[in-house]
Write a new protein. Structure first.
Length: 446
């Protein structure tokens, strides 16, 4: 027998005609009505309907049927699924009695159950509708699920025996356990009249909690009796273990079925995605607030980045400017002034005195014409960078003679001054030695 979802008569899923009303019926031999409520009608032609997705369905309720003089019964009813008639059960004035049921509906999918009452005034009661949903569809949040004692989630220890559709034990210490996910669990069963009725007890634990004691007495002798009930559980997976404390001389422990108020256990990721889907489908104020915050954060980040780039560029520019200034300073010629003593010591003639700063010197190429102008070095003021040259044999236009013809090659440059000014020492090339013949300016009589 598969699990079934139990739908109470008070559920909005059951649609009643206006001729139905809520009622309460005292318990009979089959125990109290489910959740202490029923619906009743005394009007001929009264109808109810229920849409479900499953493979079997049943309607339960207590009804007393009378056989009339003409051999007919009052009341009677007819049940259909998708317009096809299904079998009706034998009526009895017992709670939980099956009014009609069908095991195979033709496959999973939406189906419509309808019940029509025919009566001459005798009341007809409906207590609940039970259906076996399609595979996996029984995992519905908030639904009450019937776990039969043959369900895979129910396990029995030693000392149990079958008694009709239920299991029972008179062995002390016998245990039964069930794994379920839900917020409430109820054990249903009945104590047969054939067995001892002396009261005894049993205990149950849920998830390693301390044992709780429940009573077993003659009051459990009716069918569909509540043996124990645990409520207020967290919506999570739980394990219930029931232990029998009596023996063969006391009332047995019966196990008919467990009624579990279902709770679907969702993973954090599914919960988050579900919340996200709702937020996407129906944007709320929080989504509108997210846009300016993002814009502000982006603007701040952009501003900081721009400032950093500006500072970096400024530092680089200042550094390049400093390097360029140093290079420019190195390239500027340094004035070279030599006294007579210095000229004698170095081998160069003394320069003429300053007469005019406006007329530059004129250069003449010597024997080697590779230079159009003398090169300027970065260290033009250092005497050790100047190649050796011959002494002047006379002050004037005597040609300089080199002391040695060793490498590097010597280039002779004739320079005639046009004024009497301060002279700049020619630069030195590391590859070529330059010898300068300096000619004084030509003066006229004027």
């Amino acid at each position: 027998m598969a699990r079934r979802i139990v739908v109470d008569d008070a559920s909005a899923a059951i649609e009643y005609a206006a001729t139905w009303a809520a009622a309460n019926v005292a318990k009979g031999g089959f125990g109290p009505v489910y959740r202490n409520t029923t619906h009743v009608t005394t009007t001929d032609g009264s109808r109810l309907s229920f849409v479900f997705n499953g493979t079997s369905v049943a309607v339960a309720g207590p009804t007393k049927v009378t056989t009339l003089a003409d051999g007919t019964r009052d009341p009677s009813w007819a049940c259909t699924v998708d317009g096809i008639a299904i079998a009706s059960g034998t009526p009895a004035v017992e709670n939980g009695w099956t009014l009609c049921s069908v095991d195979v509906v033709g496959g999973p999918g939406p189906h419509s159950l309808a019940l029509t009452v025919h009566t001459r005034g005798t009341p007809v009661y409906v207590d609940s509708v039970l259906y076996a949903p399609a595979d996996g569809a029984w995992d519905v949040d908030g639904a009450v699920v019937e776990y039969p004692n043959t369900d895979a989630s129910v396990s029995f220890g030693t000392g149990w025996q079958a008694w009709g559709a239920q299991q029972l034990t008179t062995t002390k210490g016998a245990q039964v356990a069930i794994n379920f996910h839900g917020t409430e669990v109820v054990l249903m069963g009945y104590i047969p009249n054939e067995l001892a009725r002396t009261p005894t007890t049993g205990t149950y634990t849920i998830d390693d909690s301390p044992p709780q004691t429940f009573a077993l007495a003659a009051s459990n002798a009716s069918a569909n009796a509540v043996i124990l009930s645990a409520t207020g559980l967290t919506p999570a997976v739980h394990n219930l273990v029931v232990t029998y404390k009596g023996d063969a001389g006391h009332a047995p422990l019966p196990v008919g079925a467990f009624y579990v108020t279902n709770a679907v256990v969702s993973s954090p990721s599914s919960s988050s995605s579900g919340a996200g889907a709702r937020a996407t489908a129906t944007p709320g104020p929080a989504l509108h607030k997210a846009s300016p915050v993002g814009a502000i954060a982006g603007g701040v980040a952009g501003g900081v980045g721009a400032l950093l780039l500006f500072l970096l560029g400024t530092v680089c520019w200042r550094r390049r400017r400093h390097v360029a200034r140093e290079e420019r300073d190195k390239m500027e010629p340094q004035p070279w002034v030599m006294s007579d003593a210095g000229a004698r010591a170095s081998g160069y003639g003394s320069g003429p005195s300053v007469r005019s700063a406006g007329t530059p010197s004129r250069l003449y190429d010597g024997p080697a014409r590779g230079y159009s102008s003398p090169p300027f070095g970065s260290e033009s003021g250092r005497s050790d960078a100047t190649p050796s040259a011959s002494r002047l044999s006379s002050a004037g236009n005597t040609k300089l003679e080199p002391q040695r013809a060793a490498s590097p090659p010597v280039v002779t440059v004739v320079q005639q001054h046009q004024d009497s000014g301060v002279r700049y020492r020619p630069g030195v090339s590391p590859e070529v030695a330059v010898v300068v013949e300096e000619l004084p300016p030509g003066y006229s009589r004027d």
